[in-house]
Design a protein around this ligand. Sequence first.
Ligand code: IMP
Ligand code: MG
Length: 196
Amino acid sequence: MAKETVTERFAGSALTNDILEIFFSESRLDEIVATLGRQISADFAGKNLLLISVLKGSVVFMSDLLRHITIPCKIDFISSSIYKNKTTAQPRPEITDILQYDDISMFDILIVEDILDTGRTLQALSEFLMEKGAQSVTICTLLDKPERRDPNTTIKPTYVGAQVANEFVVGYGLDFDEKYRNLPFIGILKPDIYRQ
Ligand code: IMP
Ligand code: MG
């Protein structure tokens, strides 16, 4: 991949100093999000679109994507955490906050996610929203790590910004230990940061 660049205002920032390599610059992310916005605007024309952002990682992507969606839509937020059940050692996501819209039966829902990893989170959220009676549930993820998919999941994202290899990325909403969400680009950290 071509060397991507640091956004100028972040040059020399303590956060940038922890970054080993940038995978997606701010301008590259702008292009990716604009393309997704155009596709979604065309595909959902005439539908009753509700965008649901998965907290917290997708808030940056959501706020940019929204401004590239040119058809009427509403927004809401949901949160889910990977809950490790110690007795079975089987990690499963737990939906910790539900929507403002209690009745979602009139909506075509687009789940907006930062990254699709094992797929367990989106599987659980899609099932939860379908069981609540949504007209339809479609997935839009900024990044996809297909190598990491749990074979027990069946979800297929309709909109994918870009695929990434099996590496832990930060920035543009994605965190490591709640840090780095405010970086406007996406990259990987220096190995000693992960070891701390
Ligand atoms: P999944 O249920 O394994 O697909 O989990 C997806 C969630 O794990 C994402 O919404 C992120 O919050 C988190 N995650 C997975 N991979 C990364 C990464 O590379 N960087 C930051 N967060 C990640
Ligand atoms: Mg997330």
